[in-house]
Ligand binder design. Structure first.
Ligand code: IPM
Ligand code: MG
Length: 369
């Protein structure tokens, strides 16, 4: 299998965690005889500084010409005072739209080995395994009209939440198909007691559900969902929601797992898949070798699965992540239990790569007998 992968390290901890994701992808290629090529391009604050734009044309062209894009993080404090369209984040939003992926999958898994790192009591967090399916190209992030008018004293700011049936239906189908491979439950999250967009959302999801009779559908208002996520996370299997609700609920779901640093994501449905950890650029800890690379590595596993169709390689990488956690290795954000060995960002990457090699060896030996 040949894959052309564009690497967008971005800002803050982006470069250091992405390096480890690339390391494990190279290891996977070596172990299984695949040819992956990696090309680095600029995005975010780094791109503004070097090329004057958060998404330079060369970056966009390279992404559109590749099989998959692996991104680190965007955002840097020195751009905080700029309007949204000039900030590092604008580069990511333009890229998402250009690549066309409308379904952002964010698995939030509570691993037994680090259950104690969650502020939730272990008996609540343990065993939670939620797939958040976040609509990524609609809602308040992209709705028009938008903008800020007037001067300081009497400014008015406007954002628009809008959803069409087609936009809701296509992401709903992704959620139902995903549920068929899991525990066959979809919880659709909206604010249908207040918002027309949510009423259309609920009606459309309910209709689409009829095409998937094996899947049980229920609905929650977003405020109630926020509460259920931390009081009873195991009630969820697939959680389907619109763009902004998904942004907020996925950070909350990360708390169940122990750290925002654990979550990877895949954006599918477009021409080119986009893979990025859910955590941000975390400028306060950048460059110190303490960033958690598991989210970036989990994103690499999703890249193997969704852009490469390499299910076995993706499974092996996810198993390698668990192996390293079970062996007790931790970055500081997941070491709250004081158990195990503190490891640097690159040590974690090396350990996952070693575990991959061992998993491949075991498979080999097994097939040899
Ligand atoms: C995320 C991030 C982004 C978002 C930011 C960086 C634009 O928070 O991927 O969750 O809001 O989508
Ligand atoms: Mg977010």
């Amino acid at each position: 299998m040949k894959l052309k992968i564009t690497i967008l390290e971005g800002d803050g901890v982006g470069p250091e965690v992405t390096r480890e994701a690339v390391r494990v992808l190279r290891t996977t290629a070596g172990l299984h005889g695949h040819q992956f090529t990696f090309t680095k391009q600029l995005i975010g604050g780094a791109a503004i500084s070097e090329a004057g734009s958060p998404l330079p044309r060369t970056t966009l062209d390279a992404c559109l010409a590749s099989d998959a894009v692996l991104l680190g993080a965007v955002g840097a404090p020195r751009f905080d005072s700029l309007p949204p369209s000039a900030r590092p984040e604008a580069g990511l939003l333009l890229l998402r739209r250009a690549l066309g992926g409308y379904a952002n999958l964010r698995p939030a898994i509570s691993y037994d080995a680090i259950a104690a790192a969650s502020p939730l009591r272990p008996e609540i967090a343990r065993g939670a395994n939620i797939l958040i399916v976040r609509e990524l190209l609609g809602g308040l992030y992209f709705g028009e009209p938008r903008g800020l008018t007037g001067d300081n004293g009497n400014s008015v700011a406007v954002n628009t939440m809008s959803y069409s049936v087609a936009e809701i239906e296509r992401v709903a189908r992704v959620a139902f198909v995903a549920a068929l491979q899991r525990h066959k439950r979809v919880t659709s999250v909206d604010k249908a007691n207040v918002l027309e967009t949510s009423q259309l959302w609920r009606a459309t999801v309910t209709r689409v559900a009829k095409d998937y009779p094996e899947v049980a559908l229920d609905h929650l208002y977003v405020d109630a969902c926020a509460m259920h996520l931390i009081t009873n996370p195991r009630r969820f299997d697939v959680l389907l929601t619109e763009n902004l609700f998904g942004d907020i609920l996925s950070d909350e779901a990360a708390v169940i797992t122990g750290s925002l640093g654990m979550l990877g994501s895949a954006t599918i449905g477009g021409e080119v898949g986009l893979y990025e950890p859910v955590h941000g650029s975390a400028p306060d800890i950048a460059g110190r070798g303490i960033a958690n690379p598991f989210g970036a590595i989990a994103s690499a596993a999703l890249l193997l699965r969704y852009s490469g169709g390499l299910e076995r390689e993706a499974d092996d990488l996810e198993e390698a992540i668990q192996f390293v956690l079970n062996a007790g290795y931790r970055t500081p954000d997941i070491s709250a239990d004081g158990f195990g060995h503190l490891a640097t960002t690159s040590e974690i990457g090396e350990l996952v790569a070693e575990a991959l090699a061992e998993i491949a060896d075991v498979r080999h030996a097994y097939h040899a007998v």
